[in-house]
Design a protein around this ligand. Structure first.
Ligand code: DC
Length: 238
């Protein structure tokens, strides 16, 4: 089925958009990376943009509940996302912050700054510009619902909270001092915030295909995601 996508006039030729949404720890980044390689697309991680802005707010010591100050900060911030093979390179006002945005402090802060509508409007516009030419897998929380509601294929990737928490725990660098319960609790708090915010809360688009990876290995989840995208693209091409 994948081969069909190379023919002229096929979804691939007109530069498809694949949207992957879901909660933290569901495996979105890994699956998006595989899909990008498999279908010859660019992989764009929108969470990295919220993370970069959160880093700037932390550095400026702006309270993460002060929406007016955050909006002022956003007005003087430039964020660029450059797709790479392994992960995206994130530039904050020209500084490469890729290695600085994955720690727990920035993770929590990203979830907090992302609740404010003007911040989301700004980010969504940037993301729409990035994906405007198509040929992308875009991963986040609101891609299929807000950023690209007309995406060619949409996957909502989920897994049981304990499983997601343990996956995150297993990814922590060696020598860390965290307990599994703490990681699961942090993830739960972030889930609550991402799902319950008033503006574009995390939820599946009506036409998203739900993929629950709770009982799947990574290989199985990747294969299932590839099948979903291939099927969707074949259906669009008919
Ligand atoms: O995907 P991630 O863990 O890197 O995302 C970090 C935070 O950014 C997440 O808790 C919520 C926010 N986010 C968002 O609100 N919308 C997106 N499209 C991507 C991320």
């Amino acid at each position: 089925m994948t081969g069909d996508l190379n023919s002229p006039g096929s979804p691939r030729a007109r530069k498809i958009i694949v949207a992957i949404d879901g909660p933290a720890g569901a495996g979105k980044s890994t699956i998006a990376r595989h899909l990008a390689r498999h279908f010859g697309l660019l992989n764009l991680e929108t969470g990295a943009m919220y993370r970069a802005f959160a880093l700037k707010a932390l550095r400026a010591e702006i309270p993460l509940s002060d929406s007016a100050a955050l909006v002022r900060l956003a007005q003087e911030t430039a964020i660029r996302l450059e797709p790479g093979d392994a992960e995206n390179r994130v530039l904050l006002d020209g500084e490469d912050v890729t290695g600085l945005i994955r720690n727990q402090t920035v993770t929590d802060a990203a979830s907090k700054v992302s609740v404010f509508p003007p911040i989301r409007t700004w980010m969504v516009r940037l993301q729409q510009e990035l994906g405007a030419d198509g040929g992308v897998v875009m991963e986040g929380r609101d891609i299929g619902t807000v950023v690209f509601p007309h995406a060619d294929a949409k996957i909502f990737l989920d897994a049981a909270p304990e499983v997601r928490g343990m996956r995150r725990f297993d990814q922590l660098p060696s020598g860390h001092a965290h307990q599994p319960e703490d990681v699961i609790r942090d993830l739960h708090e972030r889930d609550q915030r991402d799902r319950n915010r008033a503006d574009s809360p995390l939820r599946p688009a009506p036409d998203a295909v739900l993929l629950d990876s709770t009982h799947m290995t990574l290989d199985q989840a990747v294969k299932a995601a590839e099948d979903i995208v291939s099927e969707r693209l074949a259906a669009h091409a008919r």
